[in-house]
Design a protein around this ligand. Structure first.
Ligand code: ZN
Length: 680
């Protein structure tokens, strides 16, 4: 591992922040924090923390010694100066004289010494930083260091690798006791460049940002060199033979089973990984031992649970067997998790609140690993941590045998009082955990709908036949896009298979793609009618069928939402080629409600009219308003309410139907009022 420090970049950071009144000390702290955070071999997802001891002026103009330390909620990879809140140094350093300090008191004293009362909570490792005398302190959970320490004889290996350059700290969970122990061990070994926290991570320090950072790189490189010199024995695998079912086929089954009872599913998003490291890990003969041995660093437990779930390999044409195997594995996991909770909760002075017994990492021999989470982001973090675990355990097993902290210590971190206090506080958005596909999602009503579902917390997939436009929209909205031409059966099936591979399944489909054809019905060619039916009827049927296939595999219900039209109720002159398939689609919606209500699948439609970005383009609007002798705005607002209806209004109607859990077979009209088109 090489240092990525450059004098030019360091200077650029100092200049960049100077205008904001940020001093050199903090600017360089931001710079090397990002260097650490930008390397996944050192730090992942909010892990690790850094600090600098500097001075700040209070409101009276007096200069004070402060510790700028990583605040919670910030990631080292993209940290900014506000992510390193300043805490008055002397009052928190004085705490070293105490024998004990509860986590709640520690958080309180840290918060009450913030220079800015609105700053985020300083890291739980703040006191550890404060108790060390150095100006710059860096902490990571570097893979290579974990591979050395996560061994029955990890302390001996580290002593051999580092000699007297690093002091070793026996495992203690983060908090006051660890901070105090580190301060004492440093005081007894004042010549060291850093501390190895056994089965947790590494601290390095220095008088400059460069010194602390480059010591980190050097110490991690020493660990890497030791691992490279080890015999290359890694997971032994007697090849997983036979064919494996397609991810698009078995992932919805797995996602549905994980969600639990179909009447009150607790949906999660799945993130599949099959990198070389992941495959070697899941295919190893000894998986039941090393994969269940505990986390590589306690920091991971909150996201990954103490251990993953191992399930059987899904075979093509044998999904019923797979279903049975997963059901049993989930039941065993739940029992084991509850037993673990009871075992350790019995020893607590304040009883803990049990967390859900659902795995967050699933290992499948022959297939890879899955991260699970309440959002795609949470699932991807769990998957990243699981992949890191695969790599660290692999390296660790090259040296000897992977060993984690004792189970009681894992429990202490998972059920930490500060984490428990957060339970149930952040309310989820109404459509969180739901995967929603929107066809024709790159423009007009589809785009407004994608935006509205994202605002409700859904995981949205923008489908559009214009792949480029869809991808532009998706990168703007921060969601996923796929090419999907609803007039091509293969294109629809491919898109929905891909959705299942990306998220594990689909919960709602907004079938919106459509276009207008016109012609007087007594004269119009059959070709035009067929073309319109292809898009405005069969397109909807293909999308609904592809979605229903996945929803039924999940067994957790679902929702179909169709964009029909005023034409389906109240035909306009010469608009038969458009209205006829739309009328058929209205009945299609009802047929789905009828045939798949028993599957828990709801089917509803929005009946919108006169939407500027819908079927009406600017030319059509000026033509039609001219034909009626109206201004464009009078034409567009020519309804009972006298107000123009927008794509956002239609999008809100889709959201309302998505949320109406007991409504199926319904049409919601969004046209500002038009009695001729009212439903009876
Ligand atoms: Zn740590």
């Amino acid at each position: 591992m090489d240092s990525r420090w450059t004098g030019n970049d360091a200077q650029a950071m100092i200049s960049k922040y100077k205008d904001d009144g940020v001093g050199k000390d903090l600017a360089l702290r931001v710079y090397t924090s990002r260097l650490l955070g930008g390397d996944p071999r050192l730090v992942l997802h909010g892990g690790g923390n850094t600090s600098v001891k500097t001075t700040a002026r209070d409101i009276a103009g007096d200069e004070l010694d402060v510790l700028c330390v990583k605040g919670s909620g910030w990631d080292l990879g993209d940290i900014e100066p506000p992510g390193l809140p300043a805490v008055r140094l002397h009052p928190i350093r004085a705490l070293a004289a105490l024998d004990a300090l509860s986590d709640e008191d520690m958080v309180n004293v840290q918060r009450s010494n913030l220079m800015d009362s609105t700053a985020p909570n300083p890291s739980v490792e703040t006191l550890l930083h404060a108790f060390l005398p150095h100006k710059y302190v860096d902490h990571t959970h570097a893979d290579a260091v974990l591979a050395l320490t996560d061994q029955p004889n990890g302390a001996d290996i580290c002593a051999e690798v580092y000699g007297d350059r690093m002091a070793l700290v026996p495992y203690i969970m983060p908090g006051f006791a660890l901070a105090k122990s580190c301060g004492e061990i440093y005081a007894a070994n004042p010549g060291v460049d850093g501390l190895i926290l056994l089965k947790h991570g590494i601290f390095t320090f220095g008088e400059t940002a460069q010194e602390a950072y480059e010591r980190m790189i050097e110490m991690v490189s020493l660990a890497e060199a030791r691992l490279a010199s080890a015999s290359s024995k890694i997971f032994v695998s007697t090849k997983i033979g036979g064919e494996v079912a397609a991810a698009a086929d078995f992932m919805p089954v797995l996602r549905g089973l994980v969600a639990g009872p179909s009447d009150a599913p607790k949906r999660l998003i799945l993130d599949h990984r099959n990198s070389d490291a992941a495959m070697a890990f899941v295919n190893g003969d000894d998986i039941a031992r090393y994969a269940q041995a505990g986390p590589v660093t306690p920091d991971h437990v909150i996201r990954t649970k103490p251990w993953p779930l191992i399930i059987p390999t899904p075979r093509p044409g044998a999904l019923d067997e797979f279903r049975a195997g997963v059901t049993k594995a989930l039941r065993d996991y739940e029992n084991a998790y509850n037993a673990y909770f009871q075992r350790h909760n019995a020893n607590q002075t304040v009883p803990k609140i049990v967390l859900d017994p659902i795995p967050r990492v699933i290992l499948v021999p022959g297939v890879g690993l899955f991260g699970l989470g309440a959002s795609a982001k949470a699932a991807s973090i769990a998957a990243d941590l699981a992949e890191t675990t695969a790599r660290v355990v692999g390296q660790s097993e090259k040296l000897g045998r992977f060993e984690s902290i004792p189970e009681a210590d894992v429990f202490d971190v998972e059920y930490w009082s500060l984490e428990q206090a957060k339970l149930g506080k952040g309310a989820e958005k109404p459509l969180a955990r739901q995967v929603v596909a929107v066809t024709g999602g790159a423009s007009g009503i589809g785009l407004a709908t994608a935006r509205a579902f994202l605002a409700q917390g859904a995981e949205v997939v923008v489908l559009d036949r214009d792949a480029r436009a869809a991808s532009d929209v998706a990168s703007e909205l921060g969601c996923v896009s796929l090419e999907c031409d609803v007039t091509e059966p293969e294109s629809v099936n491919r898109a929905f298979a891909r959705i299942a591979e990306i998220f594990g399944g689909v919960d709602m489909a907004v079938s919106n793609a459509g276009a207008a054809w016109s012609g007087r019905i007594g004269e119009v060619s059959e070709e035009i009618l067929r073309e319109s039916f292809e898009l405005n009827f069969y397109g909807h049927q293909r999308v609904a069928q592809a979605a229903v296939r996945i929803m039924r595999a999940q067994g957790t219900g679902g929702a179909l939402l169709f964009n029909t039209s005023k034409q389906a109720i109240n035909p306009g002159p010469d608009f038969g080629p458009y209205g006829l398939p739309k009328a058929a689609t209205l009945f299609l919606m009802r047929q789905y409600a009828l045939d798949h209500g028993a599957d828990g699948i709801r089917s509803n439609a929005v009946n919108a009219d006169r939407i500027r970005t819908g079927l009406l383009n600017d030319d059509m609007i000026s033509e039609r308003s001219a034909a009626r002798g109206l201004s464009e705005s009078d034409y567009m607002s020519g309804n009972l309410l006298g107000r123009e209806v927008t794509a956002d209004d239609v999008a809100q109607a889709f959201v309302s139907l998505a949320l109406a859990e007991k409504t199926t077979g319904a049409v919601l009209t969004v046209d500002g009022g038009n009695i001729a088109a009212a439903l009876r």
